[in-house]
Ligand binder design. Structure first.
Ligand SMILES: O=c1ccn([C@@H]2O[C@H](COP(=O)(O)O)[C@@H](O)[C@H]2O)c(=O)[nH]1
Length: 276
């Protein structure tokens, strides 16, 4: 998907919400377990209920790989459904891959060609030749982990190399990669105040921001420090939407949760329009 298409969706839907499809058989409503493919049945119900309130879906691949071949089939069906029924939504494979070049190319083919995702999350640790193979694909995007939402982010990402923190080096150096205009970055909502500094290095790049909802990050703070003229944000919520109810009404309750976030986003987008 072209970035202009994503931006136009954000303005049309007044939303920059990404719904995380972290589908866990231990948490989905019991009545779905009798379905032939419970993961897909749950995802389809969630997509049908939430697609008007969000612009992106992010299946976290771990939740599918955990169920082996059946999980992978459910992921394929979910992507097939999204591509056919909602081709306007941006899709993110939260896979956190990255390896030596020829291996990265195979990962890229798996997620961009076989599964037809628009983007994939990548760990930057193996450097340029592990990331650039993913950047070879036109209209596909690489979302590089910069400053993650978890506590462990402080183990390495904020440590200084010389006078600069590692996550800032990731941002600076990755801008020199071939096709770097296809890069986006992950920054946790729990690290919202860091966004001001991050925007000095990547003023226009889209940021995928997980960590609102279950992890306690603030949408308003993320917007205050991270929003650009072109919005530049995709804010993810997974458990806060998916598992708000485990009863028969789960999809309606998920829709209400997504709508509540979308309405807060509409206010932030209105503020942006007022400023310009
Ligand atoms: O820094 C990161 C990077 C990825 N994630 C992923 O996002 C979702 C968050 O789920 P919630 O239920 O909304 O907390 C999940 O798939 C994580 O693996 C992240 O949280 N932080």
């Amino acid at each position: 998907m072209k970035i202009e298409h994503l931006i136009s969706q954000i303005h049309q839907k007044k939303s920059f919400l990404c719904v995380g499809l972290d589908t866990d058989l231990d948490k989905i409503p019991q009545h779905l377990l009798k379905e032939e493919d419970p993961i897909f049945a749950f995802n389809k119900a969630i997509i049908d209920a939430t697609h008007t309130y969000c612009v992106a879906y992010k299946p976290n691949i771990a939740f599918y790989e955990a169920y082996g071949l059946q999980g992978w089939k459910s992921l394929e069906r979910t992507m097939g459904y999204l591509n056919e029924m909602h081709p306007e939504v941006f899709t993110i494979a939260d896979a956190k891959r990255g390896d030596i070049g020829n291996t990265s190319t195979r990962y890229a083919k798996a997620f961009f060609e076989t599964l037809n995702f628009d983007s994939i999350t990548i760990a930057p640790y193996m450097g340029r030749d592990s990331v650039e193979p993913f950047l070879d694909f036109e209209n596909k995007h690489v979302i590089l982990l910069a400053l993650t939402s978890n506590q462990g982010a402080f183990d390495f990402q904020t440590k200084k190399i010389g006078d600069k923190e590692l996550y800032k080096e990731v941002l600076e150096i990755s801008k020199t990669y071939k096709n770097s205009e296809r890069l986006m970055y992950v920054v946790g909502a729990t690290k919202a105040t860091y966004l001001e500094g991050i925007r000095k290095i990547v003023p226009e790049s889209f940021l995928l921001v997980p960590g609102v909802g279950a992890q306690g990050g603030s949408l308003q703070e993320v917007c205050q420090y991270g929003m650009t003229q072109e919005v530049g944000l995709l804010v993810n919520s997974s458990r806060g939407i998916l598992y708000a109810s485990q009863g028969l009404d789960f999809a309606d309750v998920a829709a209400n949760k997504a709508k509540a976030i979308q309405m807060e986003m509409a206010i932030e987008l209105e503020k942006l329009l007022q400023k310009s």
